[in-house]
Design a protein around this ligand. Structure first.
Ligand code: KIV
Length: 286
């Protein structure tokens, strides 16, 4: 049997010469950081988008609790339940062949104790087929991360703006601007690494602070609003693809998918009304 040799296919490689792509594994995190090969992560909340992003070559698919504000009509991530997350993660995992599927544990499902975190993470892993979980916080959840990783559950940390705590943080603001807060962020990141985390997401952190955290860690950092001197990037797919008119300042719209969908729906409505659709080619004869 041929051994798969690469978790990424270099851009521009002719199809016939491309090394066979293998599924991204937990061991690839540090190898990719050491090679200076940036990690790519996108959110996905269903199998349709997961299949497209997986096929495009993304390394990691994040079933984010941002499903709350992006898909479920909530104002933020706080109302999202573990059951909702498991359903979404199952749909993503079933559609994904190569990317590592990382599922958020939602607010209220892990903070109280390492045991609560284990119960929720085990339910997620069994119920969805995701390959890792992501949880928010630093030193205060290090014991939780340690129990999960020692139990065989890969964990991605999340520091900086942690949306599940947005009520304590006073909204969605850039974090770690002061020297003291930047130092605390470094200590939190080191505590997650020490506890066995595979990578750390840094959200809305000044670029020099994110660069410093990336320098002191052996595990990769994955930034969102954290500048370019991190080991990878993550975006919410709706922001990346241009689904809406607005996206946060740190996100770039790489397409205008919302406008394209709207145009397709408008054309469909017009053609049904004008009876241009269905044409003979869409119609069965007796
Ligand atoms: O839920 C989410 O989409 C996230 C990203 C913002 C990193 O946690």
């Amino acid at each position: 049997m041929t051994e798969n040799v690469s978790s990424t296919v270099p851009a521009g490689t002719p199809a016939g010469d491309a090394p066979k792509r293998k599924r991204f594994r937990v061991q690839d995190f540090v190898a990719r950081k050491e090679a200076g090969d940036k990690l790519t992560m996108l959110t996905a909340y269903d199998g349709v988008t997961a299949r497209i992003f997986d096929d495009a070559g993304v390394d990691l698919l994040l079933v984010g609790d941002s499903i709350g504000d992006n898909m479920l009509g909530h104002e933020n991530t706080i109302p999202v339940t573990l059951d909702e997350m498991i359903v979404a993660a199952r749909s993503v995992a079933r559609a994904t062949k190569y990317a590592m599927v990382v599922a958020d544990l939602p607010f209220g499902s892990y903070e109280a104790s390492p045991e609560q975190a284990f119960t929720s993470a085990a339910a997620m892993m069994k119920g969805s087929g995701a390959q890792a979980v992501k949880i928010e916080g630093g030193q205060r959840i290090a014991a939780h991360v340690k129990l999960l990783t020692q139990s065989g559950i890969p964990v991605i940390g999340h520091l900086g703006l942690t949306p599940q705590s947005e009520n304590m943080l006073g909204g969605k603001r850039v974090q770690a601007r002061s020297d003291a807060a930047a130092e605390q962020l470094c200590q939190d990141a080191l505590a997650l690494q020490e506890a066995g985390a595979s990578a750390v997401v840094l959200e809305m952190v000044p670029a020099p602070v994110a660069a410093r955290v990336s320098e002191i860690l052996a595990i990769p950092t994955i930034g969102i609003g954290a500048g370019k001197d991190v080991d990878g990037q993550v975006l919410v797919w709706l922001d990346m693809a241009g689904m809406g008119d607005w996206s946060p300042r740190f996100a770039k719209q790489f397409g205008a998918v919302g406008a394209a969908l709207r145009a397709a729906a408008t054309d469909y409505i017009g053609e049904v009304k004008s009876q241009a659709f269905p044409g003979p080619e869409h119609t069965f004869e007796k």
